[in-house]
Write a protein that binds this ligand. Structure first.
Ligand SMILES: Cc1cc2nc3c(=O)[nH]c(=O)nc-3n(C[C@H](O)[C@H](O)[C@H](O)COP(=O)(O)O)c2cc1C
Length: 196
């Protein structure tokens, strides 16, 4: 059965580049037969964090937050597409993730970072690893680091020379690793419900 994967991306910039990687990943997982959806933080447009989802009385959270909570709870795995601003995480994606906590628990997550130059968002990749672990996800060891993103993917998210083929190779391993941990988690969920 297909795994339900959510791909999160959170740049709010008009000229954003990371959407290329998000689109590439969605297409790649779909080609592998997975059930995948892009969660674009800018399109959802949650406000700066005031109340977390769980702090609203049942049924009173804003509709877009309620809908997203349902998608997160129903997912088997997550992928975070992470750009880097001044060695840190992008605020739009961080703001979205901070609205939730228990909704993330007990599922694997993969990190795919990128940047305009060769550092490939490595520092945001590192920062997200701790954040996702704190939020109850099991972060897989395989990762993607894409840079320069403009030499790797075109505006439609299609791989281009010179760096595109390297991403294709890395994605195959990343996707296989995520699938393995996702299957493992699904078996465990069926056998033993999470303790809390
Ligand atoms: C405010 C800001 C800070 C940035 N800081 C970094 C940085 O620390 N490291 C880096 O590799 N690239 C940095 N960049 C360049 C980004 O890698 C590049 O603009 C990338 O396309 C940003 O992702 P986005 O286009 O999806 O918003 C920065 C860009 C902006 C706008």
């Amino acid at each position: 059965m297909a795994n339900r994967i959510l791909v999160f991306y959170g740049s709010y910039r008009s000229d954003r580049m990371g959407i290329r990687l998000a689109d590439y990943l969605v297409a790649g997982f779909r080609a592998r037969g997975e059930q995948v959806e892009l969660i674009d933080a800018r399109a959802i447009g949650l406000p700066m964090l005031d109340r977390m989802y769980k702090e609203y009385p049942r049924g009173e959270a804003p509709a877009e937050m309620e809908a997203l909570a349902g998608k997160i709870r129903a997912a088997d795995a997550f992928v975070f597409v992470t750009g880097e601003y001044n060695w840190g995480v992008q605020p739009g994606l961080k703001n979205l993730t901070d609205h939730f906590l228990e909704e993330w628990f007990w599922r694997p997550a993969g990190i795919a970072s990128y940047s305009r130059q060769r550092m490939s968002g490595a520092r945001s990749n590192f920062a997200w690893h701790g954040t996702l672990s704190e939020m109850g996800m099991a972060v897989i060891s395989s990762t993607l680091a894409v840079g320069p993103i403009g030499d790797t993917l075109d505006a439609d998210g299609k791989p281009i020379d010179p760096a595109g083929p390297l991403l294709e190779k890395a994605f195959a391993r990343f996707a296989a690793d995520l699938a393995w941990w996702t299957e493992a988690a699904k078996i465990q969920h069926a056998r033993t419900p999470p303790p809390y």
